[in-house]
Design a protein around this ligand. Structure first.
Ligand SMILES: [Zn+2]
Length: 142
């Protein structure tokens, strides 16, 4: 089900990432010289200074590092309450990505270190443009 809400705002560094997410592909920029993952995507590697990189697929596995429970409506763009999580990715300890939480709306089922897996939520702009998605994390079973 598509939910109408504000669509992601992209820039030169992030437009390809958001395009991948809209296709339900979970990728991250990775330095071609030292293999460090770069998040958010940027031209220069923070570890080695290299300007070469490529998009690579991530496993989609991580653990909960933190979360917030929104109780403000933001003009009705989100159901209330809604929870946003910060996930530490399995690939690299300092790789933390935010996203929605597919579990309990008020986050009562969350705990730091909980194993999660990425999912995607299709969204539709208020003007009817539907080629967008955002991350939606959920508990990893097994
Ligand atoms: Zn590097």
């Amino acid at each position: 089900m598509n939910i109408k809400r504000p669509i992601p705002i992209t820039d030169l560094d992030s437009v390809d990432w958001w395009s991948a997410v809209s296709r339900h592909e979970f990728v991250c920029a990775r330095c071609s010289d030292c293999n460090v993952w770069r998040w958010p995507a940027r031209a220069i590697c923070g570890a080695c200074g290299s300007m070469t990189w490529e998009w690579q697929e991530l496993t989609g596995n991580g653990t909960i590092a933190s979360w917030i429970v929104n109780r403000h409506g933001f003009g009705g763009a989100f159901p209330l309450p809604s929870t946003v999580v910060l996930v530490r990715l399995a690939e690299q300890d300092d790789l933390l990505l935010p996203g929605g939480w597919a579990g309990s709306a008020d986050g009562v089922d969350l705990s730091v270190g909980l194993s999660v897996v990425v999912g995607f939520e299709d969204i539709e702009s208020e003007t009817g443009d539907s080629d967008h998605a955002v991350l939606s994390w959920g508990p990893r079973h097994g």
